[in-house]
Design a protein around this ligand. Structure first.
Ligand code: ADP
Ligand code: MG
Length: 770
């Protein structure tokens, strides 16, 4: 009789034996007890070294076939009594004593045990959910369940060929180089599960094609699950790791199996009560199941748990980072006189949102903790006016202010705008411009004046963050379009003053971020939202069409009426790459439009141009004769021409929601009705959803939620260069509830030494933990 048992552990408590054979012997021999489980009876054996040794001897009998992983667990337990003690995933332990030293070079980044278990599968092949031969796609991984039809070794060509018929009777062959023994192991009539990279064999003579998988994995189907799914030994899901040639991941698998099977119990920093309450598995289960799951449920549970840890660590980081900001200098006297004068001098009155945020900022400016505020508002919501008001309070109170813009063009514009509006308000404020182009004597003079305190406001590009730019007494640093920067640059601008005081920080972003996301990315900042556009503003009318004809007609109409138009293309120049064949370039579009509209002046602006040329072109569009500006998405931020009323975006399907919304925001900046034409074919359903979303709404926050919904991804993090997250499995859409829990438990969790250690290691010097 051959009985098969699955041996597992819920260490450090029990060894669990399940299987179809009689469980009674185990009960007697090991003092176990039989309990009814979801999958039938199992035998639970107290987890002691004695039992492990006994069990191993007991199972040495030839009657038992034990899966390799379980055998390894038992052997390890019996051979290493100390293994019964908690074993942690050790952070700095190199993998030399594991088979990881056999890992191919491409895994060079995997150095420690932590690295190895955190190298997560990208996806899984579900062995319990086989496909049909007719559904397979060449070059993709496939799982087929079927019956062996024939099984032969071909001595002439030295290969083994096993032909299998799927449930529909369609045939596929599994071919192996050599391995004659396989032709004996698998016999006609047997049920098997076959998985590997699908290809076709082409007969050279008659060009007939046959479905095949070469060097697949082949398992006998040993039983069927209650739901009728085929079960084999080993794991129900096959992990596929992120790498180019998937067929080599077995070395990784071996290394991970070695490690995870030798680890009996992974120390868990989260108390059991919390795990129970939120139905989360412990770490031992989570790490084993993320790599070797039986089914989807295992994967999802494991992902939830690991995501939870990621959120908890992030929350600890955020909460402790915040206390760092809270330590600061003496309180300030904030004088709002000039700020009031400025607001009164504007030709419009503030929207309710602007008025509210002004108050929020003024509260911060007079408080004795430094401001650390993120100002979020849709394009055109009037953030610059708010920043100007804050700058004036700072200057009037005796401090200097700095304003950082992402490009030279924008720094220029901002400088000019502040200078003009302050003059109009009758205020004597010295606003200077500092970019990489300020050179020689002028540069030297400017830096001197700044250090002496003769310059009140310095506007510039990232050159402002350089160490040699020294302020006399910096009171406020403003960052415009803050999402264009990493957190490093934010920090660099927060220059400490000679007297040790830290300036206030105001970051502005026109990329609306869903609330959940901003909590994660900017949890260390206070957030103000300007959720209202000036009343005079008419919503931009947006259309989506496959051809640009209507857009061209509208451009003619608007330009003839004295307004201006933007046309945005995805590429600078035509590309000779096939996949780019249908993508318009700015350069050729500009030529085409100049030919189409010989009486209009068409300008061309793109990133490959020299800085000086860019400036000339941008200026000519804003103040001069250029009527149509053809550009790349570089105009996404900042160009301000209230007289521009048409935006055409070519190959709009290639842009993401956030970019499209930003680009569109270049029009509709005055009281004129504006139009946006999205041109392009939606090649994928997602592109169609994106374009429809833009047609449907002008509301940046709504679009941001929509974007998250469509992408559902952590890819947001790349976009915002948060530079401070170790979120790999956490998904804001799927694990929203966990984020809330993590926030609540972070205060408690930080007291756990292991958790503390992990946060310190992952966030390094960005966090202060006692
Ligand atoms: P953004 O938030 O995109 O930086 P800006 O501050 O550049 O927006 O404002 C866009 C335009 O709207 C500017 O010309 C600005 O002077 C104008 N503006 C700002 N606030 C108001 C308001 N309350 N009413 C009318 N126009 C306003
Ligand atoms: Mg702005």
């Amino acid at each position: 009789m051959t009985a098969e048992y699955i041996i597992s552990t819920d260490a450090p408590r029990n060894i669990i034996i399940s299987g179809e054979g009689a469980l009674k012997p185990f009960v007697d021999y090991l003092d176990g007890k039989i309990i009814e489980s979801f999958n039938g009876p199992i035998c639970e054996v107290p987890f002691t070294q004695e039992n492990a040794t006994k069990l191993r001897t007991f199972l040495k009998g030839k009657d038992y076939e034990i899966p390799a992983r379980e055998r390894a667990v038992l052997k390890h337990l019996a051979d290493n009594p100390e293994a019964l003690e908690d074993k942690k995933i050790r952070w700095n332990v190199k993998l030399t004593d594991l088979s990881a030293n056999k890992l191919p070079k491409k895994f060079a980044k995997i150095v420690t045990e932590w690295d190895l278990v955190h190298y997560f599968p990208l996806r899984y092949l579900d062995k319990s959910n086989p496909q049909k031969v007719s559904e397979l796609v060449i070059g993709q991984w496939a799982v087929i369940a079927g019956t062996v039809i024939s099984s032969d070794f071909n001595p002439a060509h030295n290969f083994t060929k096993i032909v299998i018929a799927d449930v529909t009777g369609q045939r596929i062959s599994a071919t192996f180089f050599r391995q004659k023994w396989l032709s004996w192991k698998f016999k006609p009539g047997e049920e098997v599960l076959l998985y590997g990279n699908y290809s076709e064999y082409v007969n050279k003579k008659n060009q007939n094609r046959f479905p095949q998988i070469s060097n697949p994995s082949l398992d006998k189907i040993t039983s069927v699950s209650p739901a009728g799914q085929p079960l084999t030994q080993g794991y129900g899901m096959l992990p596929i790791y992120p790498q180019k040639s998937e067929d080599r991941s077995w070395q990784l698998k071996v290394a991970q199996e070695d490690l995870l099977s030798s680890i009996v119990w992974i120390e868990d920093p989260v108390p059991e009560a919390i795990l129970k309450k939120y139905d989360l598995p412990n770490r031992t289960e989570a790490y084993k199941n993320i790599h070797f799951p039986q089914d989807r449920v295992d994967v999802e549970r494991a992902r939830r748990r690991i995501a939870f840890d990621e959120f908890v660590r992030l929350q600890i980081y955020i909460q402790n980072k915040k206390t760092e900001h809270d330590v600061r200098t003496a309180s300030r006297k904030a004088d709002n006189q000039w700020s009031d004068d400025f607001i009164a001098s504007l030709p419009f009155s503030f929207t309710n949102a602007q008025a509210r945020v002004t108050e929020e900022i003024r509260e911060d400016l007079k408080s004795n903790t430094p401001m650390n505020r993120l100002l979020q508002g849709d394009v055109g919501s009037g953030k610059t006016e708010l920043a100007s008001a804050a700058v004036l309070t700072t200057v009037k109170s005796g401090y200097q202010a700095a304003m950082l813009a992402p490009t030279d063009i924008l720094a220029n514009q901002l400088h000019e705008r502040l200078d003009n509006t302050f003059k109009k308000a009758g205020l004597d404020v010295n606003v200077a411009l500092f970019t990489g182009k300020v050179l020689g004597k002028k540069r030297k003079q400017l830096l001197e004046d700044l250090e002496k305190g003769d310059i009140d406001v310095l506007v510039g590009t990232h050159t402002l963050t350089q160490d040699y730019v020294k302020f006399n007494n910096l009171g406020l640093a403003v960052i415009d379009e803050q999402h264009k920067y990493g957190s490093e640059q934010r920090t660099a601008l927060k220059k400490e003053n000679p007297d040790g005081s830290v300036p206030d920080m105001l970051a502005m972003s026109a990329t609306p971020i869903p609330r959940t996301t901003s909590q994660v990315l900017y949890g260390d900042m206070d957030v103000s939202i300007v959720d209202e556009l000036p009343a005079e503003r008419l919503p931009i009318q947006t259309f989506w069409d496959e051809t640009p004809d209507v857009a061209w007609a509208k451009i003619r109409e608007e330009v003839e009426a004295g307004h201006k138009a933007y046309v945005v293309a995805a590429l600078v120049e035509d590309s000779d790459k096939d996949i780019m064949a249908n993508v318009e370039s700015a350069t050729s579009t500009a030529e085409e439009l100049q030919a189409r509209f010989p009486n209009f002046k068409v300008g061309l602006l793109h990133g490959k141009m020299h800085k000086n040329d860019k400036e000339v072109i941008a200026n000519d569009f804003i103040k001069g004769d250029t009527q149509i500006l053809v550009a790349t998405s570089l105009i996404e931020v900042g160009l301000n021409n209230p007289n521009a009323t048409v935006m055409t975006i070519l190959n709009a399907n290639r842009f993401g929601i956030a970019s499209l919304h930003q680009i569109r925001g270049r029009v509709g900046r005055g009281s004129l009705q504006s139009y946006c034409y999205l041109v392009g074919e939606a090649t994928m359903p997602e592109a169609e959803e994106r374009l429809n979303a833009l047609v449907a709404s002008n509301d940046g926050f709504w679009l941001a939620e929509k974007d998250l919904e469509i992408r559902g991804e952590g890819s947001l993090f790349g976009t915002f260069q948060s530079g401070n997250s170790d979120l790999y499995l956490a998904n804001l859409k799927e694990h929203k509830d966990l984020l809330e829990v993590a926030k609540r438990v972070a205060g408690q969790a930080v007291k756990n030494p292991l958790m503390k250690h992990e946060v310190k290691t992952l966030y390094k010097d960005k966090v202060i933990l006692g």
